[in-house]
Design a protein around this ligand. Structure first.
Ligand code: FAD
Length: 323
């Protein structure tokens, strides 16, 4: 829908074909716009794309009429081992020129008084969040949607079906189940909190104006339907309660599971795969963050054929001569 919106903005006639728009991973996502918080060794290109897209978000949110939550992100470690891991990330971020502030336990508690058993952490002032459901709702108002494709001739088909690509491209994405919880609480943290609790990664994202808080997320490669499991919910709640004990009194709202569309190199697929066929898929953990950049890259590819090499789907397709 983001791609369709951008193409319409550039003067193209576009129709989105989707029998259940907004029901995929985008419905589950926490909405962290967090290139720094997710920076891992060996993911330099993903980080570059994430930062480019994060820079587009303020203007994009304003155009869509959705609110960004410009809170920044706290990283918090529950024990010395967790803090060591965060320290490594802080070093990596500082080397990459990212604004990051290491915090002692006392500084952490001054910033987020609701934190429980934490040993130390850091603050990322530029990692914000947005409500993906509000973004989807805004896009639904802007693009024409039909349930079934009409038999008309088109110049270009863009396949943007998330974790389920049709053949012959189905093996380019793999489903990575993510379970996530929403609760309502009067003790929401002021910022997004990304925690490591005895090695268990957890995040708690406040939903701005409401008292909703998102707690996520599990991550599991699998072949079955993405269902919510007892173990997944238990692990999330246990880690979240350790990090923010005030969540004990929260009202449980929902638990859901969706597949993240993972690719072999964890980078998305944006560009041509056959004559008149483009992909905008495989966004794995960062589809919300990368939405405005994806829309822009896809529209560029449609109009000029220029494709960013890092996301070019042809890096995985053997027969490039068909394009
Ligand atoms: C638990 C969880 C938390 C996440 N948190 C974040 C986060 O904090 N920040 C972030 O940036 N990303 C996050 N993500 C990742 C993000 O949600 C995805 O990368 C993104 O939503 C993918 O968007 P998409 O439009 O490609 O796929 P989807 O949102 O899955 O949409 C796919 C659409 O395709 C439609 N479709 C499927 N098959 C067909 C077909 N044959 N014909 C027509 N239509 C079809 C579906 O109905 C659906 O509407 C998270 C993901 C999960 C699961």
């Amino acid at each position: 829908m983001a791609c369709a919106d951008e193409l319409i903005r550039r003067g193209h006639a576009v129709e989105v074909v989707d029998p259940a728009p907004g029901s995929g991973a985008s419905h589950a996502a926490a909405g962290m716009l967090s290139p720094a918080g997710e920076l891992w060794h060996g993911e330099a290109e993903l980080f570059r794309l994430g930062r480019e897209s994060a820079a587009l978000w303020p203007g994009y949110a304003e155009r869509l009429g959705v609110a960004l939550a410009p809170t920044g992100t706290v990283l918090a470690g529950a024990d010395a081992g967790d803090v060591q891991e965060i320290d490594r990330q802080v070093l990596l971020l500082a080397e990459a020129g990212v604004a990051v502030e290491a915090l002692t336990r006392r500084e952490l508690l001054a910033r987020e008084p609701g934190l429980g058993r934490v040993a130390g952490g850091a603050f990322l002032p530029d990692d914000h969040s947005v409500d993906p459901r509000a973004v989807v709702a805004a896009l639904l108002r802007r693009v024409p949607i039909v349930g079934i494709a009409s038999p008309v001739t088109v110049d270009c088909t863009v396949i943007a079906t998330g974790a389920q690509l049709p053949p012959p491209w189905n093996d380019l994405v793999r489903p990575v189940r993510g379970e996530i919880i929403r609760v309502r609480t009067a003790s929401a943290p002021a910022t997004t909190v990304r925690g490591l609790v005895h090695g268990e990664p957890i995040y708690v994202v406040p939903r701005g104006a409401t008292d909703e808080v998102v707690v996520g997320a599990t991550s599991e490669e699998h072949d079955a339907d993405p269902v919510v499991t007892v173990e997944g919910v238990f692990r999330l709640l246990e880690a979240a309660r350790t990090l923010l004990p005030g969540l004990d009194r929260a009202e449980f709202v929902e638990a859901m599971a969706r597949d993240r569309p993972g690719t072999p190199d964890n980078l998305p697929l944006i560009g041509p795969v056959a004559e008149g066929v483009m992909l905008a898929a495989g966004h794995y953990r960062h589809g919300v963050l990368l939405a405005p950049l994806t829309a822009s890259l896809l529209a560029d590819a449609v109009e000029s054929g220029i494709v960013d090499a890092a996301v070019d789907p042809r890096r995985f397709t053997t027969d490039r001569s068909v394009v």
